[in-house]
Design a protein around this ligand. Structure first.
Ligand SMILES: Nc1ncnc2c1ncn2[C@@H]1O[C@H](COP(=O)(O)OP(=O)(O)OP(=O)(O)O)[C@@H](O)[C@H]1O
Ligand SMILES: [Mg+2]
Length: 255
């Protein structure tokens, strides 16, 4: 498997204000949200990060997507190191969260065209890709409707379409099915399976074991900022009975 993403010894410390430190009942003025996390994702692979609330999943994914810098550690995409100045690398990453980041005032058509311009995609190529993507997700019927007027599921489908407008090699999705109904969740799952088959490297965080059982090739259990266990899903599942059992074996007494 050709490695696309190589995250190595990632650490992220956030400064804490006096008030935050007090709230967290600590005298430390730093919070280590991600503590020495390493993993790799190959092309055509789905890597699932699992962990309880506050474990550091979102922080990890935001570093990988180049949205925040690690305190230390390195992120390589296709062997090139992601830094603040490697904007061209960031263009090769598609990022998505369950909190909608699209501007609700604009239409899918406008937003897609705007993003494509940022990626430097020619109009003809943009239209061809947009029409295919919008038809695939059923967005075509709402292409001129303001995003604020769309259903939650349709908004998420728009986000999926927008996230691959730039044809990224790596897609990073933070809880992509959070808050979606079963129909919209299935659309997200199908999308992930298709993009995996198309050879993209995919990293997701999720709380949903069935999604992991169905789609992931590799899994990582993040607990308290540390990678408690990670590796090939099938191997972990067979050693512990299932992924869910494996998680609770590792989570242990904290249940
Ligand atoms: N900007 C920030 N400043 C200070 N602390 C932060 C910041 N962002 C996250 N944290 C803290 O870092 C820790 C990890 O947060 P993170 O959001 O990465 O967890 P998570 O695994 O995504 O949790 P969830 O399942 O609830 O989404 C938490 O204790 C959180 O409060
Ligand atoms: Mg999170």
């Amino acid at each position: 498997m050709e490695t696309c993403l190589n995250a190595s010894h990632l650490i992220k410390r956030f400064p804490l204000s006096k008030k935050q430190a007090k709230e967290r009942n600590t005298s430390s003025r730093f919070l280590t949200a991600v503590d020495d996390v390493s993993f790799q994702v190959g092309r055509g692979e789905i890597y699932a990060l699992l962990g309880p609330n506050g474990a550091g999943k979102t922080t990890c994914l935001r570093m990988i997507a180049g949205l925040i810098s690690p305190t230390s550690g390195t992120i390589e995409i296709d062997g090139k190191t992601l830094t603040k100045s490697t904007d061209s690398l960031r263009g090769r990453i598609g990022f998505l969260t369950s909190e909608l980041k699209l501007d609700p005032f604009f239409t899918p058509n406008y937003t897609y065209a705007f993003l494509s311009t940022l990626y430097g995609i020619e109009e003809e190529a943009m239209k061809k890709k947009r029409d295919a993507l919008f038809a695939r997700f059923g967005i075509d019927k709402f292409a001129e409707t303001r995003i604020s007027e769309l259903s939650t599921g349709m908004k998420q489908k728009c986000s999926l379409a927008m996230s691959i407008a730039g044809d990224p090699e790596l897609i990073v999705y933070d809880e992509p099915t959070n808050g979606l109904d079963i129909v919209a969740s299935r659309a997200v799952e199908d999308f992930l399976a298709d993009e995996k088959a198309a050879g993209r490297a995919i990293v997701i965080s999720t709380h949903i074991f069935s999604l992991v059982e169905k789609l992931a090739d590799r899994v990582g259990f993040l607990i308290d900022g540390k990678m408690a266990l990670e590796g090939v899903k099938a191997e972990i599942a067979s050693a512990h009975g299932s992924i869910e059992e494996a998680f609770f074996d590792v989570y242990g007494g904290e249940k």
